[in-house]
Design a protein around this ligand. Structure first.
Ligand SMILES: Nc1ncnc2c1ncn2[C@@H]1O[C@H](COP(=O)(O)OP(=O)(O)OP(=O)(O)O)[C@@H](O)[C@H]1O
Length: 248
């Protein structure tokens, strides 16, 4: 569904993506792993067109979004949902208004219909009836759930998750993982998740891709990744200090 071909991106003299190639399968969850500051968020922003590559192509269902006008890009973006780090809810809006936001931005649905969809999506994340609450009244896990309800408001085909379990306790992290698995299945979503939470990765991934020094150095099923002999991958998954990954 999504193909990145020879994607390069630098900021000043710092090359973050270096002829990166990756295929993301439809109806599957692909987790992109890699060290902090390694370029995972930059990669995700290229997939949704928030950043443009210096060179290379990014195909979404065969359309190259790298050279697209903002208008065409807006159309493509309707097919995406995104759950940002820290959920990124609008603090001055109620939960209901947060979830309704993409519907009000991108559709001409009537208020009644919007209310129905908001109730449905909040139900899907196990938070029925909290439309009137403010984000500040919610726990971190609940905020993530509301963020997910908002991300799926428009029934997207593709949902991008930027470190969905960061900052949550293990129980809450597992609840969010389960929710990702259930929501992916229920809506047959193509999910791209970036994470360095090794526990979570193996719980949610159909495919895992390791980003290192600007490239995907290994991609495969969780079993294949576990069995990999790649020293970078082995060091990363084991959380060892010794190995090819340099600690700055
Ligand atoms: N808009 C930008 N301008 C300049 N440099 C940037 C920009 N966005 C990202 N970078 C740099 O690109 C590198 C990769 O950043 P990125 O946020 O993608 O890392 P990450 O792998 O997501 O890290 P983390 O796991 O810590 O979130 C960093 O060195 C960062 O400073």
């Amino acid at each position: 569904m999504i193909k990145l071909i020879d994607v390069c991106k630098s900021f000043g003299t710092q090359r973050v993506l270096d002829e990166l190639n990756l295929k993301i399968k439809a109806g599957r969850t692909t987790v992109i792993i890699g060290r902090s500051g390694g370029g995972k968020s930059v990669l995700l922003k290229h997939i949704i067109g928030l950043l443009k590559p210096d060179s290379g192509r990014i195909l979404v269902d065969g359309d190259d979004i790298a050279g697209m006008s903002d208008r065409d890009l807006n159309e493509i973006r309707k097919r995406f949902g995104m759950l940002f780090q820290e959920a990124a809810l609008f603090d001055s809006m109620t939960v209901g208004e947060n979830v309704a936001f993409p519907l009000r931005e991108h559709t001409r649905l009537k208020e009644e219909e919007i209310h129905e969809i908001v109730a449905d999506r909040l139900g899907a994340v196990g938070l029925s009836g909290i439309e009137g609450k403010m984000p500040s009244e919610l726990s971190g896990g609940m905020r993530k759930r509301v963020g997910l309800a908002r991300a799926i408001a428009l029934r997207p085909e593709i949902v991008l998750f930027d470190e969905p379990t960061t900052g949550l306790d293990p129980v809450m992290a597992e609840a969010v993982n389960q929710l990702i698995v259930e929501t992916q299945k229920k809506f047959n979503l193509t999910c791209v998740v970036i994470s360095h939470d090794v526990e979570s990765i193996f719980r949610i991934a159909h495919r895992i891709a390791m980003l290192y020094e600007g490239r995907i150095i290994e991609e495969g099923t969780p079993e294949e990744i576990r069995a990999s002999r790649n020293p970078v991958l082995k060091q990363f998954l084991a959380g060892r200090i010794e190995g090819p990954i340099q600690i700055l």
